[in-house]
Design a protein around this ligand. Structure first.
Ligand SMILES: [Mg+2]
Length: 376
């Protein structure tokens, strides 16, 4: 199953989010972008992947087109472990957590899609899962930041609950926001994600003030994210702690778990090296008695891969879904939530090939194509 070509392209989807659009890494954020990876084999099979993401897309795409895809074309698409080892070793001097690993993650997801298509099995089956509940997996609404606007926090929390979500996560920085959300949806579980806003002493004060508010979890309270001892110092306040979206691979997670820093691990399949690395993190979490709730605020094959992995490998799946409304998405309906649930595809591979008309309509530019050299 020789890989003959790898294409990358960016799809940009207009969206609304129940409030003003925020900045993301200093850039205006008014389009959801997907960095799509398409891998072709000599027998004409096509696999789809997604690489992280958001404001990192131009950097990830450059890493993919210039370094990572050329290392993978010409290889046998079934050799996922060997390709992973060789590519990640080949680029390790360029960064163990960032565009090169994100780029490889997108290709690796596409290789699993190909493996499933070639064997006629959905990804959850390849991962030893049982047939998923047709009702789907529980999803949680991941609200974007409303910049401390309590009225918007309350309104969007209530709307998410009314649409069937039983779990709502805030990207805010204050206890007042948590109380506003709880008042707006008293029977919902509320989570708070502060994206590493606080040094450990400030985080401990905040955790003390939040300790009796019944938060389902407090996410990434400590700056910098690799300060596992600082994070572990918050465990005594009794709020479940989560982290992992900025953690580099298996060994990054090992450091977090050995420090006793987290109750819930949040590996991100488009960031940490793909499905194989994610499976190792899940096994490690199992050995440490740590739950897994994947990080997946994305909108294409990476999201769908996360749904398959969670269905097959996670005891209590809970899928992160950004609280916003997309005008359209080439991966519909697999990236949509109905009554707080996400359906698991049953067709081979990821089971979510994109709609070509929607792709063509929202693509930013023609794909960049890297082809294998023909055998002499
Ligand atoms: Mg987060």
């Amino acid at each position: 199953m020789r890989i003959t070509a790898i294409e990358s392209s960016v799809v940009a989807l207009p969206f609304s989010m129940g409030g003003p659009h925020p900045l993301f890494a200093g850039q205006p954020w008014d389009r959801l972008e997907i960095l799509l990876v398409r891998v072709e084999t000599e027998e004409g099979l096509v696999g789809w992947g997604e690489a992280f993401g958001h404001a990192a897309i131009p950097a990830t795409k450059a890493a993919l087109d210039t370094i990572v895809a050329p290392l993978v074309v010409g290889r046998d698409a079934r050799d996922i472990n060997a390709i992973t080892r060789q590519v990640l070793h080949g680029v390790h001097l360029l960064g163990r957590n960032g565009p090169f690993v994100y780029a490889f993650s997108g290709i690796e997801i596409a290789l699993w899609d190909l493996l499933g298509k070639r064997s006629g099995q959905p990804l959850w089956r390849l991962l030893s899962g049982s047939a998923p509940d047709p009702a789907g997996l529980d999803a949680y609404a991941s609200l974007l930041s409303y910049g401390g606007d309590l009225e918007l926090v309350a309104r969007n929390t209530a709307d998410a609950r009314a649409q069937g979500y039983r779990h709502v996560k805030l990207h805010e920085l204050t206890r007042e926001a948590v109380l506003a959300a709880k008042a707006a949806a008293p029977d919902a579980a509320i989570m708070l994600d502060v994206n590493c806003a606080w040094t450990p002493p400030v985080a401990r004060d905040m955790a003390a003030s939040l300790a009796r508010d019944g938060l389902a979890w407090l996410e990434e309270p400590v700056w910098p994210p690799e300060d596992s001892a600082g994070l572990a110092s918050l465990r005594r306040f009794g709020i479940p702690l989560t982290a992992g979206e900025n953690t580099a691979g298996l060994f990054g997670f090992r450091a977090l778990m050995e420090a006793g820093a987290i109750d819930i691990a949040q590996p991100s399949v488009t960031k940490l090296g793909g499905i194989g690395e994610m499976l190792q993190v899940i096994a490690l979490a199992r050995a440490h008695g740590v739950e897994v709730v994947p990080h997946c605020p994305y909108f294409g094959p990476g999201f769908v891969a996360t749904v398959h992995i969670a269905a097959a490998q996670v005891e209590r799946p809970l899928i992160e879904v950004l609280w916003l409304e997309m005008e359209a998405n080439p991966f519909d309906p697999w990236v949509r939530v109905r009554d707080g649930k996400v359906e698991v595809p049953t067709a081979p591979g990821l089971g979510c090939d994109p709609d070509p008309a929607v792709l063509a309509r929202y693509r930013r530019a023609a794909p960049t194509r890297i082809e294998a050299r023909r055998a002499a």
